[in-house]
Design a binder for this molecule. Structure first.
Ligand code: GTP
Ligand code: MG
Length: 197
């Protein structure tokens, strides 16, 4: 999946300030520090297109990146990290909720989950909201380089089991490592299919 171009377009404080919704777009969401910005860089083969940080709360606005002049990747602020101030968390959650509900060209939301963690209430609640609103999403288990492949398998199975308590079927799932570039082909193929659909 050749990337001919990947360009930063704009940072927006609100969904209604985003670019005209005239191209398909794919957005990345999840807890602060889960690796949303790093995953975008990995997908487009650019080290520093989206700004990353070891400190949670780095991405504070809705960031649009145009890929191959055909579709957008969107980096969002994270939700629900205790080290981010309560006011910021509230502000980010408002931006995120408004964005996912109001963006007509949003084809798929990638919900990122740290593959090391047990199922978290805020992630499960967020996905329940997506279900109620009919917003298509898939799950990306991040940072798999930090675990053995056996432990990754176990954690993902446990996650699926928990989700099946509230869902009839599981959404599409991906495993990624931004540092080892694992999962890039799978996600790009998935996006490519949806863009052409
Ligand atoms: P916010 O913008 O604060 O919501 O965070 P984010 O989800 O965009 O996370 P970001 O991409 O900034 O990454 C957070 C930290 O995790 C950084 O120190 C990254 O280097 C690290 N990181 C991200 N992805 C991976 C990965 O796949 N493997 C490893 N080992 N570290 C990762
Ligand atoms: Mg970020």
């Amino acid at each position: 999946f050749p990337i001919h171009s990947a360009d930063f377009v704009i940072s927006s404080p609100r969904a209604d300030k985003c670019p005209e919704p005239d191209m398909p777009e794919f957005a990345f969401i999840g807890r602060s520090n889960v690796g949303k910005s790093s995953l975008i860089n990995m997908l487009v083969n650019r080290k520093d297109l989206a700004k990353t940080s070891g400190r949670p709360g780095k991405t504070q606005l809705i960031n649009h990146f145009l890929v191959n002049e055909q579709w957008y990747l969107v980096d969002l602020p994270g939700y629900g990290y205790a080290k981010v101030s309560k006011e910021d968390r509230k502000k980010f959650m408002g931006m995120i909720n408004h964005y996912v509900k109001e963006r007509p060209n949003l084809i798929n939301l990638f919900v990122l989950i740290d593959s090391r963690h047990t199922p978290q209430k805020n992630d499960l609640e967020f996905m329940a909201m997506l279900g109620r609103e009919g917003i298509p999403f898939s799950i990306v288990f991040t940072k798999i380089d930090k675990l053995s492949s056996n432990q990754v398998r176990k954690n993902i199975a446990a996650y699926g089991k928990e989700m099946l308590k509230q869902w009839e079927e599981l959404p599409p799932q991906f495993k990624t490592s931004a540092s080892s570039k694992i999962g890039r082909m799978e996600i790009m193929a998935y996006i490519d299919n949806l863009v052409d659909a």
